[in-house]
Design a protein around this ligand. Structure first.
Ligand code: MN
Length: 305
């Protein structure tokens, strides 16, 4: 090892670890939803930025990642039809959870989040599962011609009889980007919406997120945190299909990722919509920073997961 080891230096190939990276290199769901394609290159570029970012022993936070085992399970095959990609994703994510790891799934389109939620429901059928979607949008649009897409994952989840709508929270949604009808749909299903204007009111959205995660954890055994990069303001995250002029700050995103990582009930995390064709470096470093801070959080859990 060098005198300055980075995150990539401790990642081992395989399906077993405390945190297991899995790539979903697919943007068909973005195209079906009318968005700009390119997120299929997200996992590949994400891995290239891991080599440049994230010291193993962080002297500022006083957290050493060298005791954490981080694995890379590779990508879901890129050439499958969309429904088969989703089925394969569910199987692989569930397999990682069953082996005791926390999957960190990098997209790809946000349509990955329903297959990922299914993996947690499959792997822990006796657990009450809670889901937080950090997103400028609600992603509860109906299917298009019977097909799932990047705007529909949480409608599919709320329609799933295994899932209780009361355990679903939309975090940092923006009223200028979501319809009245979809807002009503989420609430009618028992879900909660915490608007961006509410989370940005105090010192930091990270504190609002910590409170929200803590409240959901009271009611649930197992939590899934789903993070769409388009919830972050475009000046920090330009490389997404639908950049938002306002939104979360990079610092808040990192604090939220740490908060998710350290919480003992968070069993699954996914990161969606990194589109390196629109912008590669700033958004790539941000995406990897979210992964890094999640790992710092997991390394700080009181009980090893
Ligand atoms: Mn989304």
């Amino acid at each position: 090892m060098t005198d300055d080891p980075r995150l990539a230096d401790i990642i081992q190939p395989g399906q077993e670890g405390n945190v297991v990276l899995l790539g979903f290199p697919c943007d068909d769901g973005v195209e079906i939803n009318g968005g700009r394609p390119g997120a299929r290159h997200g996992p590949e570029k994400f891995r290239s930025w891991i080599r440049r970012y994230g010291t193993i022993d962080n002297p500022e936070m006083n957290i050493d990642l060298s005791g954490l085992s981080i694995a890379d399970a590779g990508d879901i095959p890129a050439d499958l039809p969309l429904d088969q990609s989703h089925t394969t994703l569910t199987q692989q994510t569930a397999s990682i959870i069953q082996k005791g790891g926390i999957p960190f799934v990098v997209g790809g389109g946000n349509d990955q989040s329903y297959p990922n939620a299914c993996a947690l429901l499959d792997a822990k059928p006796d657990n009450a599962v809670g889901v937080i979607n950090i997103d400028a949008h609600l992603d509860v649009r109906p299917l298009k011609n019977g097909q799932a897409h990047s705007g529909s994952p949480f409608r599919l989840l709320l329609e799933d009889s295994r899932f209780a709508g009361g355990h679903f929270i939309e975090f940092a949604a923006q009223g200028s980007q979501v319809s009245r009808e979809h807002t009503g749909y989420v609430r009618q299903k028992g879900g909660h919406i915490i608007w961006y204007s509410e989370v940005s009111r105090g010192d930091s959205a990270a504190q609002a997120f910590r409170n929200t995660l803590g409240r959901l954890a009271w009611e649930c055994d197992s939590l899934f945190v789903s993070f769409d990069l388009d919830s972050i303001r475009a000046s920090d995250a330009p490389g997404v299909s639908c950049p938002g002029v306002m939104g979360l700050r990079a610092k808040e995103a990192f604090e939220m990722a740490f908060t998710a990582g350290i919480h003992p009930k968070v069993d699954l995390f996914d990161l969606s919509e990194y589109n390196p064709l629109i912008e590669e470096e700033r958004t790539g470093r941000l995406a990897v920073g979210i992964f890094y801070h999640f790992c710092l959080g997991v390394a700080s859990r009181r009980e090893p997961s």
